[in-house]
Design a protein around this ligand. Structure first.
Ligand code: PAF
Length: 282
């Protein structure tokens, strides 16, 4: 497995590859990421994984500087998973005019309206930063297939729109969320949780499951379910950002006619913001 830090080196290494599968990550890899690598492995002869903590998608008060950076351990895992190349650029390599403090990326991608609600409302600029770096990475790697996790459901839809609206010849594959035994969705940010918080963090998933059960039993009072879920989580000490039942196709508020739904939540346990979702047919 090659570990590559520059765009020029990566382009050279990819020159004769005909089928490239790509998994963009921010590192600190867990079993959820490795599953995405396996999905890419099944679809392409060369698998590239990027590891880049993208400053453009973090807000001023977010965890960019404390985000865990574990390149060596990540590379071990990726080698074992059968990745061919790791692309781990510096901030300077990705943002050429970076002067040490300011990213002079004056041209950016404006994400579609579906990025404005939910996490987009709580994290202004986040999805623009994601779409911009993913566009840059796509232009560098030029994959035929790219794999993203369903845990970041809103991000997945933003990327699908990016590919559609910019006519990119890339097939987007969605990987199912991997979970701890408790049901907690695997996430690099779970590392911020205390052992006690980790024990209660599965409540987020349990709350979503409860809503799914109610909907499958015929209850279409989505607003009522959302309110009850927010109340239940708040009572247990969570600071809830949102619990919302949406159309899985475009994240519009769910209607009684929708058949493919997604119920999403974001909430803080202490200082750690966790997200989760379940998409399902009814
Ligand atoms: O999901 C992530 O890890 C990031 O948002 C991504 C897609 C690698 C872009 O920085």
């Amino acid at each position: 497995m090659q570990i590559i830090h520059t765009v020029t080196e990566l382009r050279n290494a990819l020159k004769n590859q005909t089928s490239v599968g790509f998994v963009p990550t921010m590192g600190n890899l867990h079993a959820g990421h490795i599953r995405l690598v396996e999905l890419a492995r099944q679809r392409a002869s060369c698998v590239v994984v990027s590891i880049f903590v993208n400053p453009l998608q973090f807000g001023a008060n977010e965890d960019f500087s404390s985000y865990p950076r574990t390149l060596e351990a990540d590379c071990e895992k990726l080698k074992a998973a059968g990745a061919d190349m790791v692309f781990a650029p510096s901030v300077h390599e990705m943002y050429a005019d970076f002067d040490g403090t300011h990213l002079n990326q004056s041209m950016t991608i404006t994400p579609p309206p579906l990025a404005n609600a939910l996490c987009g409302a709580a994290r202004p600029g986040h999805f623009g930063g994601v779409a911009t770096v993913v566009m840059k990475l796509f232009n560098i790697v030029m994959p035929q297939v790219a794999v993203f996790g369903k845990k970041d459901f809103q991000q997945l839809l933003v990327i699908k729109e990016l590919v559609k609206q910019f006519n990119l010849p890339i097939q987007i594959v969605a990987g199912e969320t991997m979970r701890e035994e408790s049901g907690l969705a695997m996430s690099s940010r779970n590392g911020y949780l205390t052992p006690e918080q980790k024990n209660t963090a599965a409540q987020l998933q349990q709350t979503l499951q409860q809503i799914v059960r109610q909907i499958k039993q015929g209850d279409s009072d989505f607003a009522g379910q959302e309110r009850a879920a927010v109340r239940a989580l708040s009572d247990k000490g969570w600071q809830v950002d949102y619990v919302s039942v949406r159309s899985a196709a475009n994240l519009a508020h769910a209607t009684a006619q929708d058949t493919h739904l997604v119920v999403l939540a974001a909430a803080k346990l202490g200082n750690t913001r966790l997200i989760d979702n379940i998409d399902f047919l009814r």
